[in-house]
Ligand binder design. Sequence first.
Ligand code: PEP
Ligand code: MG
Length: 921
Amino acid sequence: MTNQTQTIFTFGNKLAEGNASMKELLGGKGANLCEMNLIGIPVPPGFTITTDMCRLYHSSGENQVLEFMFNDLFKAMQFIEEQTGTKFGDATNPCLVSVRSGSRVSMPGMMDTVLNLGLNEKSVQGLIDKTGNARFAWDSYRRFIQMYAAVVMGVKAATDQDEDPFENIIQEAKKAKGIKQDNDFTAQDLKEITARFKEIVKKESGKDFPSDPWEQLGGAVIAVFNSWMNDRAVYYRELNHIPHHWGTAVTVQAMVFGNMGDHSATGVAFTRDAGTGENLFNGEYLINAQGEDVVAGIRTPRQITIEGSKRWAALCGVTEERRSEEFPSLEETMPDLFRQLAEAGAILESHFRDMQDIEFTIQEGKLWILQTRNGKRTGAAMVKMAVDMQQENLIGQQDAIMRIDPNRLDELLHPIFDPSAALKCRELGQGLPASPGAASGRMVFSAADAQNWTADGEQVILVRTETSPEDLKGMVVAEGILTARGGMTSHAAVVARGMGKCCVAGAEAVKIDYKTRTALFGGEILQEGDWISLDGSTGRIYKGKIKTTEAELSIDFDRLMLMADLHARMQVRTNADTPQDVQTAKRFGARGIGLCRTEHMFFEDGKITAMREMILAENEDGRRKALARLLPMQRRDFESIFSTMDGLPVTIRLLDPPLHEFVPHEDSSQKRLADQMGISQKTVREKIDSLHEFNPMLGHRGCRLGNTYPEITEMQTRAILEAALNLKKECIISRPEIMIPLTGTVEEMEFQKQIIEAAAQAVFDDYNDRIDYLVGTMIEVPRAALTADKIAESAEFFSFGTNDLTQMTYGYSRDDAGKFLPLYLEKGILKHDPFQILDQEGVGQLVNIAVKKGLSSRKNLKIGICGEHGGEPASVEFCHNAGLHYVSCSPYRVPIARLAAAQASIKQKRAETEMLEKLQI
Ligand code: PEP
Ligand code: MG
């Protein structure tokens, strides 16, 4: 940074020094305010201090940064004064500003804001003279003290259970005056409250409340910089993988007031429905209020559109007569301003080509837009909006696909309440359907309790009067969130939607008592720990725990998936071994089975006994007898899978786990087994003891089993091919791919392949018919990856078993890593859990080597992945770039992988185009 570095960018009066592309430097808020100025949206003038200054502050401290930008700050304040015709700290015509945070990506409510800055005993008088509205001026001053004291001077409730000293004064004053609403205070009341607020500040902080506006401004800017590092912001960034070094910008903007009387208002508007994705302009507002009142859920806001207002009334059981009198929409109370707001919304949505979340203020009949950003939305809304916008030609197919966060598709696939089970439960009440989903859990009343209960393995519903950013950690661990106050744009609603978590907000009939940890629903009192269930799509609250059922997939979801398939190069298969998993995966669009773990089939009733007899048999003869009993059962399983997959490839892996996993270890079960087999319990115990291994994961498993007991491989091959030939008679096509696990050398592979081929020939002779099949291997031992060229001479396909490959590359036991991985992640020794996100640097190198070597010796080698990473978006992208033909993952992750595969293709194409363009230049 040099003295020439521009530290501040101004905007106002249709001019701006920045634009929407400068989010890194000006934060989303600052960049979009500049852009709005450039396209003629009415925005109060202001300026943005860059994120560079935040970084400078955190590296060099307060004095350094204030000194560095002092001249620019002074000039920028002059700019606001000129634009507004006011003077900072003036006794007759004071300039008041807001000071807000704004990072590159929105972090709603995580950092701090100060409003009405510039007020003191002198300028409050100026504001009274200027507006002729003493009540408004004192209300603004008391709000300023309350906010500034909390944000800059640290005067606030110590914990979320403690009482807020300022709120206490307000409540006492209300009681003394016998009034219910803040709006009922007179100017004199508010003046007295302001004086009491100052006393609190002095008592709690030991300092006078600052009256010098420059001191106020410096303090607020530094406090916003500091809020970048507050606990909740750090936690939010960690949760959302936002780098800590980005820093926040600070936007200082001329105040406009929604609390100037009945012709003033403030609110939040969304250009589409953030819950469902419907193309419906909607939002909430409050007359005679400031912005924080809407978001904090302190007063329950009204809807901006007539339609929204009617829907709200229907949900809350409010009659049309009462609605239109007590809760009219903005469309009804201020029709002209509503039209202007709707027009601004339409302009902003088509300009930014995405759903906008807009903050607005109406000051005495004039509309101002304070902020616009791409709105947070539920998973379902994300899909609907992307598909609709593509069909409206607002965005192209590629943009529609790139706009979806693959991980959030999960929300759409999750179960909903079984309607018949819900009918049997007692309905406790109704709130607003703030974020869809179905959640059951035990009631807890604080974020800390939510964390404690979940640490003990309990499912919880966090119940709060309203939530604040302090509740974030509790919201993360809770199954769902219930609030008694606040609307669809309250903190709880917005944050829950962003997390894809079920939320019912503003359930006014619920009365919460934090002290006794109880909630009153109508006439019924429930205690902490009682089960309740929330339906975030209807807003209904139920007593007890409710069974769930599969969710219906929307047409938009299908459309999105078809679009994704058109753009993806890789196919997506599934890891499935039960008929139910196979069905689910097919419903989600799996193009085959990439891993059928046959051992899972052996655990079912009937099979496990034969399996145990096989393991405990004295000799090959005994094993063959038990295997002969298993054969028809395995064959039936394969027939069912092949017929469901109906001509799609099915990769069946031969027996993999160490045999001790199949035998009983308790005394009673061993006795039962001994009785069944007609041998002594002692013999059973001795045989089981002999299966003990010190490192079973590296022991007698995988192809080592098939090579020591070839009769197992023979039986499984026979079951697979007989199933395929039986179905062939019914004209059902099967495409079996027989996969050998844990191959380390080509000799191991070749030995197994010969057993398979001999068994196959025997089946073909018996049936006097044949069927095409492939023989391939998993690549999960580092040696196999390094000698992949040799192995590919024998294997017709590779499937990367990245669970074992990760285990053996790191030398971390899959079964024991839980003892140290959490600490490694916490301390930053590892960035990610390598069993969840593929380690591209190490394990990835082995994958790349194996692909290259494998293809060098067999051109048509088919290559896929079936480790857990096959359904993780970043790993799917890696697989695309490594040249794999398919990924295979668990059924519920199939849509995620389909989308991630399309995104990987699009990213690659875009990068290539960019490169070509650069080369041409
Ligand atoms: C693997 O190792 O990645 C794999 C898919 O096999 P399993 O998890 O069954 O060991
Ligand atoms: Mg494995």
